[in-house]
Design a protein around this ligand. Sequence first.
Ligand code: FE
Length: 256
Amino acid sequence: MPIELFNQNGHICLMFTDLCVEGGEAVQSNQFLIIDSGTGAIIDPGGNLAYGELYLSMTRHFAPHKLSAILASHADPDIIASLDRWMTATTDAKLYISKIWERFVPHFCKAGKTTGRIVGIPDQGMRIPLGGSELIALPAHFLHSEGNFQFFDPVSRILFSGDLGASMVGASAAQTAITSLAEHIPRMEAFHRRYMVSNKVLRHWVQMVRGLPIKMIVPQHGAPLRGAAVQEFIAWVETLSCGIDLMTDRDYAVPS
Ligand code: FE
C-alpha cells in the first residue's frame, strides 16, 4: 500500500516503498505518484518489479491516458528500467529527463517506442505543468549523476530529492519519516561519501535549496526527512566531504 505524504484539495502525493524488494537482491527504492486535477505524474517509476503495482494504483485515481508525465531524476536502472512498459499505447505521457540522457534512455525500449515522447530537461531545469499546478525540476547535477534533477512540488512543499538524502533501510523503515537527523546519519553516510561527487556541488545545491520553503525531503531510497531533519540534512551535506574529495593515488592502483 502506498504512503500518503500529502492530500489536500485534490492534490495528492503518494509514496511506494515496497514494490522493488521481491527476492531481496534489489536495493530498496521508492516510487512516487503526484495527482492533481484528474491527472498525474510519476516520479522515478523504478524497474520492472514496480511497474504492475504502480500502474494499478494510478488507475484508482485517473485513467492511464490521463497520465501527463513520467519524471526521471537520472537514468539509472532503479529509476527507469521499466520505461519500455510505460511507453505503451495506454498512455502517451512524456518522459522528462536530463538532456544529456535523452539519447541514452531509448536503449531501455524497443525500437521506435520513445519517438517524440522524451523531453530533454536543460541543465538549468524547468517548470513542468501538472493539472492545475506545476512541478519544478531543480538542477542537482553530480548528485550523483552527471545530468541529475530533483523535483520540487510547491503545493505540498515536498522536495523529491532522488539519491540525495537516501538511506539504506528496509521497505518498512522507509515508511517512517525521520524528524531528527543525528541517529539517521549512520544509515546515510557511507552512501553519500561514495555516490555523491564532491562537496563543491553539495554547496551549490545548499545555496539553491536554502531559498525554498521545503517541508519534506523525500529520497528515492529509504526514509523521508521532515521537521528539524530537513534543515539538519542541508547543514550536514554542506560540510560533507565525498566522492572525488576523498580519492587518492591509492584508489587508482592496478590490482595485484
Ligand atoms: Fe542512481
